[in-house]
Ligand binder design. Structure first.
Ligand code: NAD
Length: 355
């Protein structure tokens, strides 16, 4: 019998990374080494359900620390690297771009460089099997008008420091494939939502603030449109890309669920009204408050996910309605998770207007 694969997941204490770690431990026989610096967005509570599993291991590490990354790869000798570690919040990138340059660009470079050195010296069989999976976002493609959708060949037009730093890291990943032969696969995904999302992004922030009876801020008129994907569907897509994706290829991942921000907030409010019939904050929609728009706010993103569907046989299993219902339920049932998060450094302050 072949030994189980060992996967290094960077950023595995974050929102999507923790879903990937839980999914890989729960649905495969793979070993998972979760490598995370534990920034404000990293939370080991999110992987508590797998922490005692003998196939799981956590290593606290900054991907920008080249020597530590080198030692990790030598010690663990993984079969694949799934790279999710990043600074991920657009508003924070507007207030302080340097962390985004450091982690998303320089950190990815250091990881690629060390992965390449590790890969170069492997025996032929392990060398051809290794994958470096770079996980990225649809925000690299910029903003769409009323129609159309992003496909894998869409030009890169990032508009925020966050998306520019992710675009740069995508280019580095591509270059390490074309120039050095490292077997890189890249995936670009639309907005994720689901359990364990730090309460600073639209859906998690709205749920948590509504539960506390606080105002629900909506940028501009709330007409910005995003495509939304339930995080566990993303985790399954990433497994498919890792297993069957072809080196050098890019796969767009999306939920086929375009929604305006205002409609999402209203849906969250309606679900809370239904699930909390005794709440003094009902109807929760009266907490909605329109605030000054984010600078350079992209109007619309939409993803054409036909390539991953036809080539890798993946499609989302949750509709937006079913995924949102599960998400709201999760925040109701896991108050301790988000209360502990909120008692930390982050206090839900308004970010991104300090320019
Ligand atoms: N959230 C989304 O909607 C979305 C959509 C598409 C793509 N992505 C991409 O998916 C990845 C994960 O996103 P997320 O929403 O889970 O982010 P997140 O902010 O919730 O988590 C990021 C994780 O990376 C860790 N990290 C940050 N800097 C690090 C460093 N220097 N070294 C090691 N670990 C570090 C953090 O501690 C945290 O655990 C990112 O690359 C992001 O660009 C996110």
């Amino acid at each position: 019998m072949k030994p189980a694969l060992k996967i290094v997941v960077t950023g595995g204490a974050g929102f999507i990374g923790s879903a990937v770690v839980r999914h890989l431990i729960g649905s495969t026989d793979w070993k998972v080494v979760n490598v995370d610096k534990l920034t404000y967005a990293g939370n080991l509570d999110s992987v508590a359900s797998v922490a005692e599993n003998p196939r799981y291991k956590f290593v606290k590490l900054d991907i920008g620390d080249s020597e530590a990354v080198r030692r990790l790869l030598e010690a663990e000798r993984p079969d694949a690297i799934m790279h999710l570690a990043a600074e991920s919040h657009v508003d924070r990138s507007i207030d302080g771009p340097s962390f985004f340059i450091e982690t998303n660009i320089v950190g990815t470079y250091r990881l690629l460089e060390n992965a390449w050195r590790y890969w170069r010296d492997l025996d032929a069989e392990k060398k051809s099997a290794l994958r470096f999976h770079h996980v990225s976002t649809d925000e690299v493609y910029g903003s769409l008008g009323e129609t159309g959708s992003f496909h894998e060949g869409s030009p890169y037009r990032p508009n925020s420091p966050y998306s520019a730093s992710k675009a740069a890291s995508d280019h580095l990943a591509r270059a390490w494939f074309h120039t050095y032969g490292l077997p890189v696969v890249v995936s670009n995904c639309s907005n994720n939502y689901g359990p364990c999302q730090f309460p600073e992004k639209l859906i998690s922030l709205t749920i948590v603030r509504a539960l506390e009876g606080k105002s629900l801020p909506i940028y501009g008129k709330g007409e910005n449109v995003r495509d939304w994907l339930y995080v566990e569907d993303h985790a399954r897509a990433l497994e498919a890309v890792l297993r069957r994706g072809r080196p050098g290829e890019v796969y767009n991942i999306g939920g086929n669920a375009e929604k305006r921000n205002i409609d999402i907030v209203r849906m969250v409010c309606a679900l809370l009204d239904e699930m909390l019939p005794q709440s003094v904050h009902r109807p929760h929609s009266r907490l909605i408050e329109f605030v000054t728009d984010r600078p350079g706010h992209d109007l619309r993103y939409a993803i054409d996910a036909s390539k991953i569907r036809s080539e890798l046989g993946w499609q989302p299993s949750e509709s937006f309605e079913s995924g949102l219902r599960k998400t709201v339920r999760w925040y109701l049932d896991n108050r301790r998770w988000w209360e502990r998060v909120l008692s930390g450094a982050y206090r839900g302050e308004r970010l991104g207007l300090g320019i």
